[in-house]
Design a protein around this ligand. Structure first.
Ligand SMILES: [Zn+2]
Length: 351
């Protein structure tokens, strides 16, 4: 539900109370696909290099049904910028991403979300804890200064790192959405199950707890049912749009010998195309998740606006992009419109 009408904008919790909230994610993958971001390091330099494109993708996702504009600060953290030798751009990149997202949220009535994620330097020792807390603290402070409505902490593999992120967010008074990325063993790195991990962040005060990224619809759904049993509050589910399955439950484990890249075992990240879910599979996922009363829904790495529109429509919405939802009745060969040339319909068998 976007708030384009009059009156004050409703916050995250009010919207969740009323029904599902959709959050489009996957900006790294989409900009990689479009040729503006490099797979590997995956740093969102596009925010500084082509801010107009970032604004436009935010708009496309809202047009397709996203209720949230998530500032593109994913991996815009100190460790990633150190890795590419551009730590001096850290603050500018965060400020710019937040400014872009704030502007699109204001023009569309969508919620404006800040974002932090796994730092890749967490370890269960005090030096690492201090370093991670400092990284979260600087990014969260910029988000709060920018006036975010809430803050997303996502793709955590360490449960303790998620709790640390939550602690930093909670100190600001902003609602926190915390999601875990569960790899093949379906547990955090300290071996908490999805249900236990979500219960722990809920107990510490997260507004929403759940899973995002890594798993496709088919291998995320069973864990969601367990989480739903285990927590009282709002649950998040934002799978990747890939056909993961029991033998290859994560997009990093997917491989297809016929369509791999070179002699590499993995299809991740740049040869995943044969596994992409159709919009109908995403709609099926949205209905199944909604039936479990999972309120915070979206699609992560690999998502395109057509997936988001399909999710929105499965939830009974008609976002602006629904104006262009397929109507095959007017297709030249496959259509049924009486004004179409009849011979073409007969020829349809040859297509
Ligand atoms: Zn992702």
């Amino acid at each position: 539900m976007s708030d384009n009408g009059t009156g004050p904008k409703r916050g995250l919790l009010e919207r969740l109370e009323a029904g599902p909230v959709i959050c489009a994610e996957g900006y790294l993958f989409e900009f990689e696909r479009r040729g503006y971001l490099q797979a590997g390091a995956y740093v969102p330099e596009v925010v500084l290099e082509h801010p107009e494109l970032v604004a436009q993708l935010h708009r496309e996702f809202v047009h397709a049904g996203s209720d949230v504009v998530e500032a593109f600060t994913y991996y815009a953290h100190r460790e990633k910028l150190r890795l590419i030798g551009k730590e001096h751009l850290l603050e500018a990149m965060n400020q710019q991403a937040l400014t872009i997202a704030r502007e699109v949220a204001a023009e569309t009535g969508a919620l404006f979300a800040g974002n932090i994620c796994n730092t890749n330097v967490f370890a269960p020792d005090d030096d690492a804890r201090r370093a991670v807390r400092a990284m979260f603290t600087e990014q969260v402070a910029w988000a709060v200064d920018a006036g975010v409505d809430f803050i997303i902490g996502e793709t955590f593999q360490w449960g303790e790192e998620a709790l640390l992120a939550l602690d930093v967010i909670q100190a600001t008074g902003k609602p926190a959405v915390i999601t875990f990325a569960m790899h093949q063993d379906l547990a955090t790195r300290e071996d908490w199950s999805p249900a236990e991990a979500c219960r722990r962040v809920e107990d510490q005060g997260a507004a929403v707890a759940g899973l995002n990224c890594i798993r496709g619809p088919r291998t995320m759904l069973p864990a969601l049912a367990d989480i739903r049993q285990s927590v009282k509050g709002y649950v998040a589910a934002l799978p990747v749009p890939y056909r993961t399955h029991d033998e290859q439950p994560t997009f990093q484990s997917l491989h297809d010998p016929e369509h791999g890249h070179g002699d590499q075992e993995r299809s991740f990240p740049t040869a995943l195309d044969p596994f992409v879910c159709t919009r109908f599979e995403i709609a099926d996922f949205a209905r199944a998740a909604a039936a479990l009363d999972i309120r915070y829904l979206g699609v992560c790495c690999g998502a395109g606006p057509h997936h988001i529109r399909s999710m929105a429509e499965a939830l009974g919405r008609t976002p602006p992009a629904s104006r262009y939802t397929a109507d095959m009745s007017k297709h030249a060969f496959l259509g049924t419109d009486p004004t179409l040339k009849q011979e073409n319909q007969a020829y349809a068998e040859q297509l």
